[in-house]
Design a protein around this ligand. Structure first.
Ligand code: SF4
Ligand code: SF4
Length: 336
């Protein structure tokens, strides 16, 4: 390991002005995985403009906003900051300790970062999710989603489609979101009251979350379990951002996947390719729109459908749950 870290010292010095460490090694491998497997995804789905643009988007956000810019910031003695990650995924960005550190850092950039993370997390996320659904972040921007869509693509069909898996999903992901919201509120009350609530415990509180959820769950299980549980283990069962976006998508969004049941031949490609374990075929057979909090809008179900049954749309809120006008194969034959 040490030899490997030393071998990328020249790159680290070029980008950050300091020697490499294990986190730089991890970030470099992560970014390389997104880029190399991104090229593979581009070739594999080259017939779909949606998949091409989406894949280029995750490659860009990972390389520029989650790799080059944070390291250049270190080079110029600025705080290392990831512009493409927001609270509650990057939970500590709205913790009082981080806000204080950023505001006190030299220059005005730290203040801008606090403004950026607060505005996007609390205003930008609801507004963008209202117009585009969860996909604007989970399938176009986020580095975790980026790795899942590129390096994780060969494993997407392994996601469990059972009802039991969905029950586990709901039972784990929302308590994690609740925990991070509660932690953030408690830390702020604690900071304002001068340690009156948690006293010295506040650090331990956030460190415990950081270790068990941030490192073990998102890093080790989230990526290491691709070959066992599919490519979106973390997004499906653990990510507080996915839970936050999912609530908004389900109740306050124009996004839906419309289905034309009359054209469905029940081949099951869509369900098979759904990395979030949604039984897309069931909706297609009924002609019902898919409005699920877990859907990340990757569009793969629509891409692999041989009959063009599925369509990702942003439409008006009223009538969102209405089934599509039923067009049977027989009618199409008559019309043509
Ligand atoms: S891939 Fe298309 S045709 Fe096949 S089951 Fe799904 S919606 Fe029906
Ligand atoms: S339902 Fe379709 S768009 Fe949504 S996560 Fe599954 S494959 Fe992706």
């Amino acid at each position: 390991m040490t030899g490997l870290i030393r071998s990328i010292d020249p790159l680290s010095k070029l980008l950050r002005g300091i020697e490499a460490d294990r986190w730089f090694l991890y970030g470099t491998f992560y970014t390389l995985a997104v880029l190399i497997m991104g090229v593979r995804a581009l070739l594999k789905y080259r017939h779909s403009p949606y998949q091409i643009i989406r894949t280029l988007s995750v490659m860009f956000f990972q390389l520029v906003l989650a790799y080059l810019i944070p390291y250049f910031l270190i080079l110029f003695n600025q705080p290392e900051f990831y512009l493409s990650y927001f609270w509650p995924l990057k939970y500590d960005y709205l913790f009082p300790g981080t806000v204080d550190y950023l505001i006190k850092s030299p220059g005005a950039l730290g203040v801008f970062f606090v403004f950026w993370t607060a505005v996007i997390s609390l205003v930008g996320v609801p507004v963008l999710t209202y117009f585009f659904g969860k996909r604007w972040y989970c399938s176009w921007v986020c580095g975790c989603g980026g790795l899942a869509e590129t390096a994780g693509d060969p494993y997407r069909h392994l996601s469990d489609k059972s009802r039991k898996a969905w029950q586990w999903e709901v039972a784990i992901i929302y308590p994690i979101l609740g925990f991070i919201v509660l932690t953030t509120v408690l830390l702020w009350v604690n900071a304002i009251t001068g340690g009156g609530i948690l006293g010295g415990l506040s650090n331990g509180f956030s460190q415990a979350y950081g270790f068990f959820i941030g490192s073990i769950f998102s890093g080790v299980i989230g990526v290491g379990f691709y070959p066992i549980m599919g490519s979106r283990v973390w997004c499906r069962f653990g990510c507080p951002m996915a839970a936050y976006l999912g609530i908004l998508q389900k109740h306050f969004s124009r996004f839906r996947i419309t289905t034309n049941g009359g054209q469905c031949i029940s081949c099951g490609n869509c369900s098979n390719y759904c990395e979030m374990g949604i039984d897309v075929r069931w909706y297609a057979q009924q002609g019902q729109p898919i409005i699920r909090s877990s859907c990340v809008g990757c569009g793969m179900c629509a891409t692999v459908c041989p009959r063009g049954v599925l369509n990702l749309e942003n439409g008006p809120l009223p009538g969102r749950y209405q089934p599509s006008a039923f067009i049977s194969p027989e009618n199409v034959r008559i019309l043509s």
